[in-house]
Design a protein around this ligand. Structure first.
Ligand code: ATP
Length: 238
């Protein structure tokens, strides 16, 4: 089976800073893949490179067998790749529903389609339905993260890339977010998950990649990574 997304020898830079060094990564349809690594390792840069925000200097990125290197961001979005960035950039002065509407309309100017997207989100996050008219800025951190994920889902993505969805959240909320990510995956969306919380990520993922200073240093099934000494010592807090 061909991978849904395949990065081959991808190199990305910020000026002279070589942030990604010959990255090779594959994601198959239906998988949850975790991208692990400490601060500054290159996780966000990997997502930005896939979503077209950063153009790699060399290497190939194939999506459904076609190159997307150099494609405009909106084309990449239209092709089904959605990136939910770190830090839940939601509109705090707008209600939950307005945030989702705005998200939906950036993808497609179709009222019925947007309405259906919001209903899907509310099925997935009943807590957001209860808070539909509440200003997003007054929500808890976990609820704001739910809005950010829901907004990404408005596009009906094939691949949802989540950058640190658990950041700053209490453990019980992290569990809930992880449960919802599993549910999104069950409903047919492939997931690329960036996490510093390796424990939570490896519980959820099928496979994982470990990135250190711009290099993929390990990749395997989540089962194997959970038992790996280096991962345990450096990332699982043992
Ligand atoms: P974090 O979780 O801290 O965001 P990360 O693994 O996502 O970590 P990246 O944000 O991808 O790391 O950063 C990779 C490297 O690129 C780091 O050395 C970082 O300092 C550098 N970098 C990131 N963004 C920029 C930028 N806009 N300009 C210059 N260097 C950057």
């Amino acid at each position: 089976m061909k991978p849904l997304l395949k990065l081959t020898d991808v190199n990305s830079y910020y000026g002279k800073i070589h942030a990604l060094n010959n990255i090779n990564l594959e994601i198959n349809e239906g998988e949850i893949v975790a991208l692990l690594g400490s601060n500054g390792a290159g996780k966000s840069t990997t997502l930005k490179t896939i979503s077209g925000l950063i153009k790699p200097k060399s290497g190939s990125i194939e999506w459904n067998g076609k190159s997307i290197v150099g494609a405009p961001v909106h084309k990449i979005v239209e092709s089904g790749i959605i990136h939910v960035p770190e830090g839940r950039r939601i509109f705090s002065g707008l209600t939950v529903t307005e945030n989702l509407e705005l998200g939906g309309f950036t993808y497609r100017k179709d009222k019925k389609w947007v309405k259906e997207g919001i209903e899907r989100s509310f099925d997935l996050f009943p807590r957001l339905k209860e808070r539909a008219k509440q200003l997003a800025g007054t929500l808890s951190g976990g609820e704001q993260q739910m809005v950010a994920i829901s907004r990404g889902l408005m596009a009906n993505p094939k691949l949802l890339m989540l950058d640190e969805p658990s950041m700053g959240l209490a453990p019980i909320i992290v569990q809930e977010i992880m449960r919802i990510i599993r549910e999104i995956n069950k409903q047919g969306t492939t997931i690329l998950l960036i996490e510093q919380n390796a424990k939570a990520a490896l519980r959820l993922a099928n496979r994982g990649y470990l990135i250190e200073i711009g290099n993929i240093v390990m990749h395997d099934t989540a089962e194997v990574l959970r038992e790996d000494d280096k991962i345990i010592k450096a990332y699982l807090g043992a």
